[in-house]
Design a protein around this ligand. Structure first.
Ligand code: URA
Length: 263
């Protein structure tokens, strides 16, 4: 990104409207590389300069990350002709360039990450990386204890390959917790269908070691902290050319057929 006016950068990063951020700057609440920046027309580059507004680092484009508590009834897409999407739940000033990191079904709730960082998103979703996802599951029927063994062995859910070992624990009647190391289309629902049960409620608790913030109400989102982002980077592992192309565009539409972005 090239150098731009400070007020434009801050407004684009969701710090407020253009006139709000001008007031913020003139009030001395913004620093660039540690120095107070008091004029909105000062030029800076968020990819190079450390811009801080009210103590919060302004993430450069391509490195913005949000945690959403997805409610039921919205689709995991950037746009949709008929349905409300997860992007509609992000403040308009923050939406530019964001896409969901994989998908949750319309009726699934819980942790969904949104970002404009195609490279890291791609690594988190790569079927080669085995990034953990933890779900709370409610089923129509009681879950017999032997289901845990079947999940661990891997199940034939109608794909070319059996599922990877999945950990099913904390069984209480018809609820349990499941940890997957892959993200196939409708995977949890298809795994329970394969053992003769039916998922009636699904909530994602965690992805890549990052847990849904319990204070985040359904339908609300917040930025990831630097520590949370570091956790995700660690879970995704280093860049590796064998991961293939890393364009954000491949995540952008609901029509994408990439098996690894459909969960
Ligand atoms: N597995 C499913 O079946 N649905 C989801 O939304 C996520 C995982």
């Amino acid at each position: 990104m090239s150098r731009e006016r400070l007020d434009k950068i801050l407004a684009g990063a969701g710090a407020g409207s253009r006139s709000d951020v001008k007031k913020l700057i003139r009030a001395g609440r913004v620093t660039v590389n540690g120095e107070p920046a008091l004029r909105p027309e000062i030029k800076a580059d968020p990819a190079v300069d450390e811009i801080v507004a009210d103590g919060r680092r302004i993430a450069p484009e391509g490195e913005r990350w949000f945690m959403l508590h997805k409610p039921a009834g919205v689709v995991s897409a950037v746009r949709d002709a008929k349905e409300k999407t997860v992007l509609d739940l992000i403040a308009p000033g923050d939406r530019r360039g964001l896409f969901p990191v994989g998908r949750l079904d319309k009726d699934t709730t819980g942790l969904l990450l949104l970002t404009d960082d195609g490279a890291l998103a791609h690594r988190l979703l790569s079927p080669r990386r085995h990034v953990d996802k933890i779900y709370l599951v409610r089923c129509r029927e009681e879950i017999p204890p032997e289901t845990a063994g079947r999940f661990l062995e891997g199940l034939d859910i109608g794909d070319e390959k059996k599922t990877l070992p999945a950990v099913l624990e904390d069984i209480q009647g018809n609820t349990c917790r499941v940890t997957l190391r892959e993200g196939r289309y409708h995977q949890v629902k298809r795994m329970f269908a394969a053992v003769g049960n039916e998922v009636t409620g699904l909530h994602r608790l965690a992805m890549g070691g990052l847990f849904l913030d319990e204070d985040l109400k359904p339908g609300t989102a917040r930025r990831l902290t630097p520590e949370e982002l570091a956790q995700l980077r660690q879970a995704a592992g280093p860049r590796d050319d064998a991961d293939g192309p890393e364009e954000a565009a491949e995540f952008e539409t609901e029509e994408s057929t990439e098996a690894d972005v459909e969960e």
